[in-house]
Design a protein around this ligand. Structure first.
Ligand SMILES: O=C(O)CCC(=O)C(=O)O
Length: 204
């Protein structure tokens, strides 16, 4: 069996689990995308936002137009909340070991991120927590296909694995408001925190 066939077989075995009210799809949907709503309580979200406001030095990261990004590893251990959520995700079976990298993105109102695929060396699972504002994440296999859209609310955690992680591109449209299933959601300033399990040599 070639590596490509082996990967295809493994990816196809990943299931998709998104509450129907949170997904808009005209055709196929990405296998291996999971959405766990209310994964972090409102009090937990406030604590994280407060911690970020008081501890994060964005100047060591990068600014891309209306969003800024920074790594939390390599300049110190993961913060307590990052470690606690990482341990929970390991215990609940989403990761094979406790994730060792945390990446923060702060979006200004209307901010987004272009379609992309995370680098292969970033490991088989990307876990993303939405904070501060709702936003829609979109997935595409081919440029001409209409995207599959998933509505994310603060406190939700998504997991990209299998095909969703390796075969589909994902992005967040730049927009002041998301229209989703006939409702309008204002895009205010917000953040995401993403966890990855990197080989030690890459985790700084
Ligand atoms: O803010 C988000 O949840 C998207 C992050 C993202 O696209 C990524 O980390 O690859």
């Amino acid at each position: 069996m070639t590596l490509a066939i082996l990967k295809e077989t493994l990816w196809r075995s990943h299931s998709t689990d998104v509450p129907p009210a949170r997904i808009e799809a005209a055709g196929r949907i990405p296998r291996g995308f999971l959405l766990r709503t209310n994964f972090v309580s409102p009090a937990g979200q406030d604590m994280i936002l407060d911690w970020v406001a008081n501890h994060v030095s964005w100047s060591v990261g990068t600014t891309y137009g209306n969003r800024r990004e920074t790594y939390m590893k390599g300049r110190g251990p993961l913060p307590e909340w990052g470690m606690a959520i990482g341990m929970r995700m390991r215990e609940e079976g989403y990761f094979d070991a406790v994730p060792n990298q945390l990446y923060l993105i702060e979006y200004n109102a209307g901010g987004g991120i272009a379609f992309h695929k995370d680098m292969e060396e970033h490991g088989p699972v990307i876990a993303g927590l939405t904070l501060g504002s709702s936003r829609v994440i979109e997935f595409r296999r081919e440029r001409e296909d209409p995207p599959v859209r998933v509505l994310l609310h603060p406190g939700d955690m998504y997991f990209m694995t299998g095909e969703a992680r390796y075969r589909w591109v994902h992005g967040i449209p730049y927009t002041e408001k998301d229209e989703f299933r006939g409702q309008v959601y204002q895009r205010t300033k917000g953040m995401s925190a993403t966890w990855r399990l990197l080989p030690e040599a890459l985790s700084c």
